[in-house]
Design a binder for this molecule. Structure first.
Ligand SMILES: [Mg+2]
Length: 310
């Protein structure tokens, strides 16, 4: 932990002082013009930034302020996990409307929850007023050998961590004006960045990885496109939440689980034993132009040469 540089007087600095008080030892090295981080010897820096905007990424009537803060930080940290990297620190840029000021402490506690869970100190940031709540989280991490999306190799299998479908089920419930089931709601409100899981996979032959943010099929499409390979996915092999269909689970976004390309002989029982997280082998690299073929119990359900999100 880097000692704090004392802050001067002023409303903005009072806010930052209040935030740091709530974060305690998680607030590290704040108070200079910029943060200073030292990656471990021989490691490369991995950087990502992610914005959560009220009304676009979350709705205040669905989640508590603490959950909104947690989720924004966890989503950004998940992108560092997807590179098989370890977080060194995060920077927060908050745009806070007046009506959010009384919930700022709870929001900060949620960000602190994600920082504590993942061992990511909060090393700097910026607070301003705004017309809607925006939580921008930049995470700096490092890895000896970061894994990108373009490393899928012929002969590999495709794996997914966790059970999919919870976030989609929660959203469908909220949009239908009902309360989601507790487990589905928890998967939406409290995604866990798969940091240790990603490192486990990277040390056992995984060569490409992505976290599920757009949905399994969309993100598998990103792997196929980046690697210039064709992937066949069998949805019947996917681990899914109770009460969710394989198609719904495959569409479900903001899961923050990992899709990894690794040898077909991966010891899945050891993965679950050592991480506590289930894993399924859902597909393989096949011959053909870049894209994804999808079957459900052998029946073709979709074929795509790539996905557009616009
Ligand atoms: Mg991602």
């Amino acid at each position: 932990v880097i000692p704090q540089t004392p802050l001067g007087a002023g409303r903005e600095f009072d806010l930052i002082r209040e935030l740091c008080r709530r974060w305690g030892e998680l607030c590290s090295g704040i108070g200079d013009d910029a943060a200073v981080l030292t990656p471990p010897p021989g490691e490369q820096l991995v950087l990502t930034t992610d914005s959560s905007v009220e009304g676009r990424h979350f709705r205040r009537d669905w989640l508590t302020p603490r959950e909104i803060g947690y989720r924004a930080a966890a989503a950004a940290i998940s992108d560092v996990a997807a590179m098989a990297a370890s977080p060194l620190g995060m920077l927060l840029a908050l745009s806070i409307p007046a009506e959010w000021l009384r919930d700022l402490a709870a929001l900060a506690d949620g960000i602190g929850d994600a920082a504590r869970l993942t061992g990511t100190p909060i090393v700097g940031g910026d607070v301003s007023s705004g017309s809607e709540l925006v939580i921008n989280v930049t995470v700096v991490g490092s890895a000896r050998k970061p894994l990108g999306r373009g490393g899928v190799q012929p002969g590999q299998a495709l794996y997914v961590t966790g059970r999919l479908g919870g976030p989609d089920a929660a959203l469908r419930a909220w949009l239908g004006d009902s309360e989601p089931a507790a487990d589905a709601r928890a998967r939406f409100a409290h995604p866990v960045p798969r940091l240790a899981e990603a490192r486990w996979l990277a040390t056992r032959g995984a060569t490409a990885m992505i976290d599920v943010s757009d949905g399994l099929l969309g993100d598998a499409g990103h792997l196929a496109a980046a690697s210039d390979l064709r992937i066949a996915i069998e949805l019947g092999d996917l681990l899914i939440m109770a009460g969710v269909s394989p198609e719904q689970a495959a569409r479900s976004g903001e899961e923050y689980e990992l899709i990894a390309a690794a040898p077909p002989t991966l010891d899945m029982a050891a993965f679950t034993r050592e991480t506590g997280v289930p894993i399924s082998r859902i597909g393989k690299v096949i011959a053909g132009p870049p894209g994804v073929d999808v079957t459900l119990r052998g029946e073709r359900v979709a074929s795509a040469g790539g996905f557009s999100h616009f």
